[in-house]
Unconditional design. Sequence first.
Length: 224
Amino acid sequence: MSETARRTRPPVIRVAIVDDHPALREGTASLLSREPDIEVVATLGSLAEIRALIDGDEPPDVVVQDIRLGGESGLRMLSGEATATVAGQARPVGGPGPAIILWTAYDYPQYAAYAYRAGAAGFVVKTAPTAELIAAIRRVADGGIHFSTRPDLGTRPLSVREREVLARIVDGRSNDEIAGELGVTSRTVEAHLTRLYERFGVHSRTELATRALREGWLDVPAEV
């Protein structure tokens, strides 16, 4: 998914790569640096490091960032859950500030949908050829967008309560335990489970928990 460029890209695109696997980020930096119009200005391993770079005197034009950075979630970073986030300083598409490309091994439409809604300029899977990442960097530097996974914009995120129930299902809690922890009745918990079963086309608690873990449902911030 791409969009026509909206502004002229800088002569040399300053790129920061954020990934918690040193070999991967350094190898990718080496490949990108072969391009005459791309300069890799930083290879970083955490959100704290990229925030510090963006706050500095010479922020990058483009940030290529993994979705999962150790215990940190790049998707939550794009939400308003923290006050000092990259998303708070990321530009709207075509506007001032660094453009964010989420770079991930997890090719999930719900991830792409959240990234799109949250203002990320790009979404590229790590299994894509390096040429696609280079093309995405150039496009977002122009002010456009590049999503290699089409966002499923028809699927809304889980509500806060649905996330609370699902997280406890994943942890193996019974309906009575969940009800006690959340201060609701067991019947209310059952109603939430029924809706989750119907929504995701599953038929058991085990199937629901397995899919939630495999597809990263709890990594996507709640709908508010």
